[in-house]
Unconditional design. Structure first.
Length: 281
């Protein structure tokens, strides 16, 4: 008898510590969580977020602080595989129930975890709605992701890392960043044109923006409009009193290649290899 009573007491204790989500459970607007309060994404802004991030079938979306799962469900309805991280146990259960009700449980996975302790690599899109100091804490890990990874934050930015796009809807805003490749360093750039000698290109990088200088046969070239968007790169080179060349291409590790529009309107292929790597942002 005593062993049965003890087992009953243990079962009651476990049930008390881990209450189940009642069928009528609804999270409260502004309820506190581990790192932030829960504020739901408006339906109108949700569509803008998914549009801005170009969420499409086959994408893998990771939502940090998934809340009630509405971003995950919206992404899954567009054919994406959606993974959510949420620390609040009740919200995890509630979001799972909502995914089942929406008919996308096969495309939505929600796990209870600390968002700062999960791996971020492998996602095509990462969404989050965190306070500014938490965005800054997360920023180094985001910058280390595969170039081209799309990031969307609601309401708050990431310090001096300026967004690539933003949207405002009904007084609420969201920001998009595309993780840039690392292009800082000294490069040797060559063209397919026989009469164009190699260019020595030195690039400094501040997030997705590039500055620098270049020389060609000991002549200085100005570098303007340097920009990265994921692995894509563009910049303009020119000499004082001479026409400018407009370059577009891709950065792949220690190489770059693409096409350049010359001042005379002709198009040339170009290729560059990195001679040394400098520290960039």
């Amino acid at each position: 008898m005593s062993s049965g009573l003890n087992a009953l007491r243990m079962a009651l204790a476990v049930a008390w510590r881990r209450p189940s989500v009642a069928a009528g459970y609804r999270p409260d607007w502004g309820q506190t969580g581990k790192d932030a309060v829960w504020v739901p994404t408006p339906a109108s802004l949700l569509d803008d977020i998914l549009d801005m991030a170009h969420v499409a079938p086959g994408d893998r979306l990771l939502d940090l602080g998934a809340g009630d799962g509405r971003i995950l469900i919206g992404a899954a309805l567009r054919g994406a595989d959606a993974i959510g991280v949420e620390f609040d146990r009740e919200l995890v259960r509630y979001a799972r129930r909502r995914a089942r009700e929406a008919g996308v449980a096969d495309r939505v996975r929600i796990r209870r975890a600390d968002l700062f302790k999960v791996r971020l690599d492998g996602a095509d899109v990462i969404t989050f709605y965190l306070m500014p100091h938490l965005n800054l804490r997360l920023r180094p890990k985001l910058l280390a992701l595969t170039p081209g990874t799309r990031l969307v934050s609601q309401s708050f930015g990431m310090g001096e890392w300026r967004p690539d796009a933003q949207v405002v809807r009904d007084g609420r805003q969201a920001y998009l960043w595309v993780v840039p490749a690392q292009a800082a360093g000294t490069w040797c750039l060559q063209h397919d044109a026989d009469d164009e000698p190699p260019v020595r290109l030195h690039l400094t990088q501040r997030f997705q923006y590039l500055e620098g200088a270049a020389t060609q046969h000991a002549r200085s070239l100005s570098l303007r409009e340097g920009r990265l968007r994921g692995a894509g790169i563009s910049f303009v080179l020119g000499r004082l009193g001479a026409g400018r060349w407009h370059y577009e291409g891709r950065v792949v590790g220690n190489t770059m290649c693409g096409t350049a529009l010359a001042a005379d309107g002709r198009c040339h292929a170009w290729y560059a290899r990195r001679l040394s790597r400098d520290q960039g942002s």
